[in-house]
Design a protein around this ligand. Structure first.
Ligand code: ACO
Length: 428
């Protein structure tokens, strides 16, 4: 197959190299297009634009394939733990026993946050959304650790990475505790990463909190499933912001903000709002699907559709199964799950969704699962952020080691007024 493509515009031609990835994906390398042809590309939403070459995560959206560092998501979800997956994404290989022991010990050691964070959270409004509180507090970490902010210093980066993974569970739990007016719980480092998170979210100083191992495992699995998803909106935000050479904490805060949007990670909370509205307003699933087909962007079937998956999202399949398993084990009956299943069954057979290749995505069943195990809906997206954190970090680090690294700076096609002159205010 040709390894260049010829582009002819008028009487000018250029040979554009074709770059091929390890899984056969092909792309045109247009780096010389502007300098040699005076042309740029226009691709709103970047649907056809590769922003980098990456070795971290592979997705085949047509076949519904997702792999972390080459390992199928199904195998990772079944056999691994979230911290091991974090290591895999960040360092590139599964850890040996010793490597994992050291990583685990370092993460556990750093979970405590500066006592002044109590005042920081205390200054936020009572009803501050935990995602806003998380992004603000992660950004604020850079003010507490000015000694480790240089993205070019590998030791400083490693310290920041470990601090961030460790402290993020504590910050997320504080964000939640603040929103319900309960005392902040200090991390208890004799627990696993996820058990510590659940303890800080649900525990109180008044009584002992025992973590249910079924819930601990399902949360661990949800974090694994969210851990990376190549160049999605929030990851691209992390890379773009990080490309200015700002520190890791500021870059991750940008990712958290991007994730919160309802078209992205915020969809998990929206799905539950949608299911609850269907239940409470006495609407049928069919009526809701009909409404979602009108093309009104404010009445979409939340948890459906994906820029990359034009087939079932493999994460959704695992979460759906996990959701049934956990509800069965806990003996919980969920009306919301019934509605979700009915919506899915109607939508995947409906011409509107079939023609547009709209399938349930990762968010469709995650909210139902979180609800069933008692996670409050305003924390769904914060849990997503906890899961995505190692992916953001791995992508940020990969970008800094990329020989093609440059500050991210897209171009535009200007369509505003041509030269016009300033008019003094009295003449307007
Ligand atoms: N419900 C109804 N119609 C939909 C939906 C939906 N959930 N999603 C897309 N469509 C329709 C659009 O109206 C459009 O129809 P048209 O061709 O007649 O105009 C067509 O499908 C294509 O939609 P786009 O918005 O162009 O697709 P895009 O790839 O830009 O958007 C997105 C993907 C944002 C995920 C979209 O499907 C959506 O809004 N889904 C609901 C929100 C959601 O679940 N987001 C979570 C995604 S997963 C994640 O980020 C973690």
């Amino acid at each position: 197959m040709a390894d260049t493509a010829k582009l002819t515009v008028g009487d000018q031609s250029i040979e554009l190299p074709i770059v091929e990835g390890s899984e056969g994906e092909r792309g045109l390398d247009i780096r010389k297009l502007r300098s040699e042809m005076g042309l740029i590309t226009l691709d709103p939403g970047y649907a056809n634009t590769g922003s980098c070459q990456s070795r971290i995560t592979f997705i085949d959206g047509d076949k519904g394939i997702l792999r972390y560092r080459g390992i199928p998501i199904e195998e990772v979800a079944e056999n691994s733990t979230f911290l091991e997956v974090a290591y895999l994404l960040i360092y590139g290989t599964l850890p040996t026993r010793d490597q994992f022991k050291n990583f685990h010990a370092s993460i556990t050691y750093h979970t405590m946050i500066h006592e002044d964070f109590k005042r920081f959270f205390g200054a936020l409004p009572k009803d501050a959304h935990p995602m806003a509180a998380c992004s603000a507090s992660v950004g604020a970490l850079s003010t507490f650790y000015p000694d480790s902010l240089d993205p070019r210093d590998p030791r400083q980066v490693e310290v920041s990475v470990h601090r961030l993974i460790a402290k993020m569970i504590t910050l997320a739990a504080y964000a939640y505790k603040h929103s319900i007016g309960q005392p902040f719980m200090y991390p208890a480092n004799n627990r696993s990463y996820v058990a510590n998170l659940l303890y800080m979210v649900f525990g109180t100083p008044c009584e002992e909190y025992i973590v249910d191992p079924v819930i601990e495992r399902v949360i661990d699995m949800l974090l694994i499933l969210h851990a990376d998803h190549e160049q999605n909106c929030s990851t691209s935000a992390v890379r773009l912001v990080g490309s200015s050479m700002v520190n890791l904490f500021s870059s991750i805060a940008a990712g958290i903000n991007a994730l919160r949007g309802p078209s992205h990670g915020g969809a998990n909370q929206e799905v539950i709002n949608m299911l609850a509205a269907i239940r409470d307003e006495g609407m049928t699933a069919r009526q809701f699907v009909e409404r979602a087909k009108r093309g009104d962007p404010t009445a979409r079937l939340m948890g459906f559709g994906h820029r990359v998956y034009k087939n079932f999202d493999p994460r959704m399949k695992i979460i759906k199964k996990g959701c049934f398993d956990v509800l069965g084990k806990l003996g919980v009956h969920s009306k919301l799950l019934e509605i979700a299943v009915e919506l899915e069954e109607i939508a995947i057979k409906d011409d509107y969704f079939v023609e547009r290749k709209l399938y349930p995505n990762v968010d469709f069943y995650s909210g139902v699962t979180y609800t069933a195990i008692g996670i409050p809906s305003n924390m769904f997206t914060a849990f997503f952020a906890l899961g995505r954190l190692p992916g953001w970090i791995a992508q940020w680090m990969e970008m800094h080691h990329d020989p093609d690294f440059k500050i991210g700076r897209p171009r535009q096609i200007y369509t505003g007024p041509t030269l016009t002159h300033y008019v003094p205010i009295e003449e307007r």
